[in-house]
Design a protein around this ligand. Sequence first.
Ligand SMILES: C[S@@+](CC[C@H](N)C(=O)[O-])C[C@H]1O[C@@H](n2cnc3c(N)ncnc32)[C@H](O)[C@@H]1O
Length: 279
Amino acid sequence: MVRTQVIKPRIREILSRELPYELVGMLPKHWVQIGDVLILPLRPELEPYKHRIAEVYAQVLGVKTVLRKGRIGGEFRETNYEVLYGGDTVTVHVENGVKYKLDAARVMFSPANVKERVRMAKVARPGELVVDMFAGIGHLSLPMAVHGRARVIAIEKSPYTFRFLVENIELNGVWDRMTAYNIDNRDFPGEDIADRVLMGYVVKTHEFIPKALRIAKDGALIHYHNTVPERLMPEEPFGTFQRIAREHGYEVEKLNELVIKRYAPGVWHVVIDVKVFKR
Ligand SMILES: C[S@@+](CC[C@H](N)C(=O)[O-])C[C@H]1O[C@@H](n2cnc3c(N)ncnc32)[C@H](O)[C@@H]1O
């Protein structure tokens, strides 16, 4: 990503000798690099040349594997990216001094969420207990354990993603303060324990608000993510959070609101920081 000004002309130069003229202009100008795996968005017109294109990008950028960008979906937010070049899709991505091992073909890692991963590293306090209800590979909670020295309980339902979460705890040397559970967060037995609850999920996060409230201590902070249609902003997502919390006997105070990224046309991924009090 850093050297794109030099790299793009190099790629064009090589491929313009092999591709029909009208296709050269369609070559991807942006890509995502996770560790030594590249995720390339490819237009359908480039289909017949996809393997050669991937090979050239891999050689010029010095990566071992190239994937074709596809969709993220389902309960586990898994990806199903096609391998265009190479084969090994497991990589270690280093960001903000945190090591994230993952299978880039199957586990989501959104570059657009980087600000939030960095913010979580800053807000965490030594010794406080964070419960991460949607841990993934530790996207948001590893920075809290590594930089903030917080104690973390990380819950991840997908067995495949969970393997990487456990490896990442080892890899970052935070096994003394980070524990992982491979369960549905609704089955987590802890109540009234967390100083901070992470709800890093989208689309259906509101369904988990009652459980988050039970896990939270009185006066805890909840980082609540959700996807919000633009026409409902700025009332949402706080309005729904407040309504559900009140139904369950809690009062809430919004401390902060940030837009993370565009999720779909007219829909935004938003996070709010909410302090919760028992009535
Ligand atoms: C989209 S990832 C987000 C990772 C991270 N929180 C972030 O914001 O970057 C959400 C993760 O939550 C997991 N998940 C979904 N439903 C869950 C549940 N009921 N209990 C525990 N984990 C769940 C998924 O498998 C997925 O790995």
